[in-house]
Design a protein around this ligand. Structure first.
Ligand code: CUA
Length: 317
């Protein structure tokens, strides 16, 4: 496979190639400027060495035009590089709205993957090419870091919160997945593979191993099993916040602040409900810490996500 420049590792996303181009331009400019300075230092060292016949009679003077030029020119070059990098960063930081979502739970020392249809994998992540994929990741123990060199993509995976990363592979193939944060004895063995497939192959693969229940259905079962319906179902007489259409909605809290509900907010509300009370509601929700594992919390989040704003809590996904 032609990878273009061979001095950089294999690349499999447009973002990776954009990062490489920026990297090479940055190194090129830095090298050029360093070369100019080193050359001038050598030239002046030689020309004004102790025994040189150079004319030293003139008093020191200022060449304002020259000084302004060599101050402003590099400034403009690096501001341009900054703007370029900021633009690339902004694109890579925010997943497109149509991205498919896959959940990752890192634990010492494996990567576990939960596809929305209930298919699970360990240390392997199958994805379709030419499709934006967003990973919602958390850790069950210590900090890990999700790193795919071929995507030039790396994000810390932290216990107690969700971090996200997205990519769009454009070449089918197998790409190395590494843990890039020291996480204990087997850190160096915490490796996996990303398997990028043609969309038709991916659909077939995904259907082959679909769980008996999708993630949202698993969440629905947990929701009933843990008695959440007692308060959050539409028919409940308890005054509890409406969960349908929650993700992405602005929530006003009793301390006067507000936030847009994301996965981390929902997780916090389940684990430490007293931390952020919704304005106008009583602080009566118990904590589900030690009752749910990370996979189960993700399933509940998927269930809540599956309920559109016009659906009522308690409906089967
Ligand atoms: Cu997980 Cu290093």
């Amino acid at each position: 496979m032609n990878q273009g420049l061979t001095l950089l590792p294999q690349s499999a996303t447009a973002a990776a190639r954009a990062t490489d181009t920026l990297y090479l331009v940055l190194v090129g400019f830095s090298g050029l400027i360093a070369a100019i300075f080193i050359t001038l230092i050598i030239v002046f060292c030689y020309r004004y060495r102790r025994n040189a016949q150079a004319d030293r009679s003139k008093p020191p003077s200022h060449a304002w035009g020259l000084e302004a030029a060599w101050t402003i020119a590099p400034l403009l070059v690096f501001l341009w590089l900054f703007a370029w990098a900021a633009r690339d960063y902004a694109v890579q930081a925010r997943a497109p709205d149509n991205a498919m979502q896959i959940f990752i739970v890192a634990k010492q020392w494996v990567w576990t993957v939960e596809h929305p249809n209930g298919r699970r994998e360990i240390n392997e992540l199958h994805i379709p090419v030419d499709t934006p994929v967003k990973l919602i990741m958390t850790s069950q123990d210590v900090i890990h870091s999700f790193f795919v060199p071929a995507f030039r993509n790396k994000r810390d995976v932290v216990p107690g919160r969700y971090s996200t990363i997205w990519f769009q592979a454009d070449r089918p193939g197998k790409y190395l997945l590494l843990c890039a944060e020291y996480c204990g004895t087997e850190h160096s063995e915490m490796k996996g593979r990303i398997i990028a497939m043609e969309p038709e192959d991916y659909t077939r693969w995904e259907q082959d191993g679909a769980g008996e229940a999708g993630l949202a259905q698993q969440g629905f079962a947990l929701f009933r099993q843990h008695g959440c319906m007692g308060c959050h179902a539409a028919a409940s007489t308890v005054h509890a916040p409406e969960l349908s259409g929650l993700l992405g909605r602005r929530v006003h809290l009793s301390d006067g602040s507000s936030l847009v509900a994301d996965e981390t907010y929902v997780r916090d509300s389940i684990m430490e409900p007293q931390k952020a009370i919704v304005a106008g509601y009583d602080a009566i929700m118990p904590s589900f810490k030690n009752q749910l594992n990370e996979e189960e919390i993700m399933a509940i989040i998927e269930y809540i996500r599956s309920l559109g704003p016009d659906q009522l809590m308690g409906e089967r996904p």
